[in-house]
Design a binder for this molecule. Structure first.
Ligand SMILES: *Cc1c(COP(=O)(O)O)cnc(C)c1O
Ligand code: SF4
Length: 334
């Protein structure tokens, strides 16, 4: 009698993280792209490395250098150009980074840098030069952060940021949430993450345990820029979050060559809504050195946003926003 062979067992999220594509040659080979791109990809990935999890890679079209998912992760020669008006810390976050692991910039809300890295390296990232090595607090430093939170009654929301907070193990996140939930004036927990988009199996029972299991009202803000990023597996991860009672929102960055078109943005909003996700922000690119080739100028961004408003009901139109250095919140652009 022959035994049934197991069908391909799904890899765990940790295995997918380890198995992410980090070699530009492998990325090009997997996507049937010309090796002529290799030299620049190698150079541009020296300062900010290439990292693409395979579940995300599988959603890219082969042989298409303009694929909107590929464009977000492929290191290009353009990154090496110095552009005036672009800096390494465009939001001057380092000025608000008094305590390791904590950025207190927005009124009533505090960002905690709970993971020093991401599952995917997005070429346009405003934190591509962030000093994560100074923001990897140990337990004792976390106790200092909790003391700060306890002492400041004005803080009602804690935002897990990164890196990508979900790059941390669930048991660490559970410990953080338990400690935060013990501070009475904190009411809300928010998690900004791209991990369930690039590795959908990141949402596990343990994850839902700390997200939905405390007294804090919880929301998850995903980061999706193009509807092609949403496949059935991502939809499944979102459904698990929603079934646990978590509010799921999305933020996008307006990126030249990826989503700078009213039709593309409208399709994204509609696809998000069909999965139960509301579009929250459409960010103007932060002026970080190395990302200038993704820039869409403000008048054009406003025109695109108007076209979106003309096409969609208000609840499907994300707020067009800009982060200004030194401001205590986002600036809405209209
Ligand atoms: C804007 C922003 C916040 C704060 O967001 P609000 O929704 O305005 O409270 C937190 N984290 C990141 C990464 C942001 O861009
Ligand atoms: S997931 Fe977010 S923080 Fe991480 S590289 Fe991408 S844009 Fe930056």
């Amino acid at each position: 009698m022959s035994q049934l062979l197991p069908t391909h067992p799904e890899k765990t999220w940790q295995e997918e993280l380890i198995d992410a594509v980090r070699d530009p040659a492998l990325l090009l080979q997997q996507l049937d792209l010309p090796v002529t791109l290799l030299e620049h990809a190698r150079l541009a990935s020296r300062d900010f490395s290439l990292k693409v999890p395979r579940p995300f890679l599988q959603r890219m079209r082969k042989g298409d250098i303009n694929d909107p998912l590929l464009r977000q992760v492929l290191p290009l020669a353009a990154e090496l150009e110095e552009t005036e008006g672009y800096s390494t810390d465009p939001l001057q976050e380092q000025a608000y980074n008094a305590h390791s692991g904590m950025v207190h910039k927005y009124r009533g809300r505090v960002l905690l840098i709970v993971a020093p890295n991401c599952a995917v390296n997005c070429r346009y990232c405003f934190r591509r030069h962030f000093p994560y090595q100074d923001n990897n607090p140990g337990r004792q430093q976390w106790q200092q952060v909790f003391a700060q939170l306890r002492a400041d009654q004005s803080i009602s929301e804690v935002i897990f940021s990164g890196g990508d907070p979900l790059a941390s193990p669930d048991r660490h996140l559970q410990w953080l949430v338990d400690s935060i939930a013990a501070i009475p004036h904190i009411r809300r927990l928010r998690v900004h993450t791209r991990l369930p988009v690039v590795i959908p199996q990141r949402i596990t029972t343990d994850t839902l345990g700390w997200l939905a299991g405390s007294r804090l009202h919880c929301s998850v803000v995903l980061h999706i820029n193009h509807r092609q990023e949403l496949d059935a597996a991502v939809g499944g991860a979102i459904a698990q979050l929603r079934d646990a009672g978590i509010t799921v929102l999305n933020q996008s960055v307006l990126l030249k060559g990826v989503n700078d078109c009213a039709q593309t943005l409208a399709e994204l909003s509609e696809a998000l809504f069909e999965q139960g996700v509301l579009p929250y922000y459409l960010h103007l690119l932060d002026r970080v050195q190395g990302a200038a080739h993704f820039g869409v100028d403000e008048p054009r961004a406003i025109a695109l946003h108007r076209q979106l408003q003309a096409r969609l009901p208000g609840y499907l139109v994300p707020r067009l926003a800009r982060d200004d250095a030194g401001a205590s919140g986002k600036t809405l652009v209209s």
